[in-house]
Design a binder for this molecule. Structure first.
Ligand code: DGY
Length: 332
């Protein structure tokens, strides 16, 4: 008798070649129509499944795990995993995995692109041109902030933060300062030409402040009205980390009243909803959570998530586990 393949759910649409790979190992229920399920609907789809391929938009928490007793592994196609309640998953003996490494350079590229677009007012000036408003050259037209030689501040200095630091220091001769939960070792600081400073100094000194820290209860509204008022009125703020790290309502006010010069946002509180006030201020560049979105990188992320499912369910070993302690614990 041919042994039955384990059943898994792929919760969002994904590259067909990745589905084909998963199909060789599992009985796969896919969602190529990309229906956005409610938590209740997701729980229904998960019945009888031992693994799930998620993106950042499916919440995995104690309530879901309680009604999906057969689930053993959740593989996120994202480096961020704030959609996972990892403590609840560990308590339930469910492994979580993410996709670190494969998106570092692509995301750092995008962080820098957003910084440049924001400081040099590219989106705002393009809207002006498309609206047919350009009728002459003017000495101060869309004069933005200098990028080369300015001070680049980075909040959160993991792999992506270091990638942005390298681009700033080596490509644009920027002075790099950073703040992080823990200080980097000397060799990494030297490679990034980055100096560790307090959060207060970071806010006060940065000409361009890039947020690359993970979202958690402790980073919720890490940038709010108080922090924005510590920044230079000429400064730009770039968020490629997660919505919720910035208080978007406070940011819209700060952009309107000139507390800071401009912002570039790829992530939003409650996305895909965007705070309505951000849609009406001109000095903000808004993109729909695409920092890792190149064909090659998104494919690499999807393959890594799939390989985590295959590795864990077929060989007992995931490539990039988030809570490896469940691997040594008794299977549930
Ligand atoms: C990540 O990898 O965390 C990205 O935000 C997903 O697009």
């Amino acid at each position: 008798m041919i042994p039955k393949k384990p059943k898994i759910l792929v919760a969002r649409a994904v590259f067909p070649e990745v589905l084909a790979k998963l199909d060789t190992h599992f009985e796969v229920q896919s969602n190529q129509d990309d229906v956005l399920w409610t938590p209740e609907k997701l729980a229904q789809q998960l019945q009888g499944k031992v693994g799930v391929f998620t993106t950042g938009s499916q919440r995995v928490d104690a309530a879901l795990l309680a009604v999906c007793p057969e689930l053993k592994v959740c593989a996120n196609m994202a480096v961020g995993f704030n959609n996972f309640d990892l403590a609840a998953m560990t308590a339930a003996g469910v492994l979580g995995t993410n996709t670190p490494g494969v998106l570092t350079e692509t995301t750092a590229d995008f962080g820098f692109a957003l910084l440049m677009a924001t400081a040099r007012r590219i989106a705002e000036s393009e809207r002006f041109l498309r609206a047919g408003l350009w009728n002459r050259w003017r000495y101060d037209m869309f004069a933005g902030g200098e990028v080369h030689g300015s001070t680049l501040g980075i909040l959160g200095m993991g792999r992506i933060g270091q990638g942005i630091a390298q681009r700033g220091a080596h490509g644009f001769g920027m002075k790099v300062i950073y703040h992080n939960r823990s200080r980097l070792d000397e060799a990494t600081e030297a490679q990034c030409k980055a100096r560790f400073v307090s959060k207060d100094e970071l806010l006060a000194q940065a000409d361009h402040l890039v947020l690359v820290l993970p979202y958690s209860e402790s980073s919720h509204h890490a940038i709010g009205q108080a922090e924005l008022s510590q920044m230079k009125p000429t400064a730009t703020l770039i968020n490629i980390a997660r919505g919720g790290i910035v208080d978007d309502a406070a940011l819209a006010v700060a952009l309107k009243n000139g507390t800071i010069a401009a912002a570039g946002l790829d992530v939003f509180e409650g996305e895909p909803q965007v705070h309505p006030d951000l849609l009406t201020v001109p000095n903000v560049v808004l993109t729909p959570h695409i920092a890792s979105a190149t064909q090659a990188t998104r494919l690499a992320m999807a393959h890594l998530a799939a390989d985590n499912l295959i590795g864990f369910l077929c060989r007992g070993k995931a490539l990039t586990p988030l809570n490896p302690e469940v691997l040594s614990a008794t299977c549930r």
